[in-house]
Design a protein around this ligand. Sequence first.
Ligand SMILES: Cc1cc2nc3c(=O)[nH]c(=O)nc-3n(C[C@H](O)[C@H](O)[C@H](O)COP(=O)(O)O)c2cc1C
Length: 284
Amino acid sequence: MPPVRVVTVCGSLQARSGNLALLESLPGLAPCDVEFSAFTGLRALPHFDLDLNEGEPPLAVRAWREALRSSDAVFMAAPEYGHSLPGALKNAVDWIFASGELYRKPVAVTASSPGPERGRRGLAALCQTLGALEAAVLGGEPIARGPGTDAAAARLLAQLVAAARRVRAGQPALPEIALPPFVEDVLRGTSLRGPLLTRLGAYDLAAPPTSDEVLAALAALLADSVGGAPLDGPGLALARLDAWVDGSEGARALLDSLVGRLDESPALHALLAALGPRALACLG
Ligand SMILES: Cc1cc2nc3c(=O)[nH]c(=O)nc-3n(C[C@H](O)[C@H](O)[C@H](O)COP(=O)(O)O)c2cc1C
C-alpha cells in the first residue's frame, strides 16, 4: 500500500515556535508508512483578494493548493492569538474556500500550549473555519507542553492516519459510530462531530461508546469551548439543546452536567447567554 501522505501546517510564523516543534516531532512518532511534508509558505501568501483569484492565481497560492491536493491528510498546529486563530492561517484557509482542497479531507488540529486550558478558543475558531469548508476535522484539543506531549501528539496522528486510510478505502473519514439521536441532532451542521469522536477515543474503541460516555464527552466539549463559542459550533449545538430539553432526558442530563462544570466563571455567563428560553426555564 502506498504511504499515507501527511502535510503539516504551522499557524505560527516565528522560528522558535512550540507549534513548529510539535509538528517536527511527528515523523518520530509515526508508523513507517507515513510520509510527511511541511508546508512552509504561509508567509508568502498574499492577503486574500477575490481579484487576485481570477484567472491564474499567484504562484504562492498555487503552491499552497498543490501541497494540500497532493496530501491524504493535514496536521495543523496553531497558537491562539487574541482568542482566535492566527491571521496568517485564516488567510491561507480563505484562499482554498472555493477551490475545495480540504473538502472531506481529514484535518487534525491542535495547539501546542503552555497548559491544557490555553489555546482552546483559537482552536474553536479554527474548527469553525474548517467546518465551513466541510473538512473532516479531528482533534480540536490543545496539547500541553510537558511529559505527555509526545503521547498526545502520537494519538492524534494515529487517528488522522486511520481517517486517511478510511477515505482511501472509500469510507467516510470519521467512523460511523451510532450516537444517541438527540446528540446527532445537536451536532448536525456543526464541526463538532470529529472533535467529539476524537475525545471519545472512537477511533480506538472496539465497542461503541455508551450513551453516558457520549453525554459526558459532549458536555465537556461544549463546556471547554463555550467561552469562545462560535455560533455555528458550540453556540449552534446549544441552541439545538434548547429545542430538545423539553422532551429528552438525555438533553436535560447534558444541560445539568454542563452547568455543573462551569461554576461562576465567564464561561457560565456565556453558556447562559447562549441557551434558549426552554433550557433556561429547565434550569429553574
Ligand atoms: C499577539 C499574541 C496574542 C496572543 N493571544 C493569546 C490568546 O488570546 N490566548 C492565549 O491562550 N494565548 C495567547 N497568546 C499566546 C500564544 O498563543 C502562545 O505563546 C503560543 O504558545 C505561541 O505559539 P508558538 O510558540 O507556536 O509561536 C498570544 C500571543 C501573542 C504573541
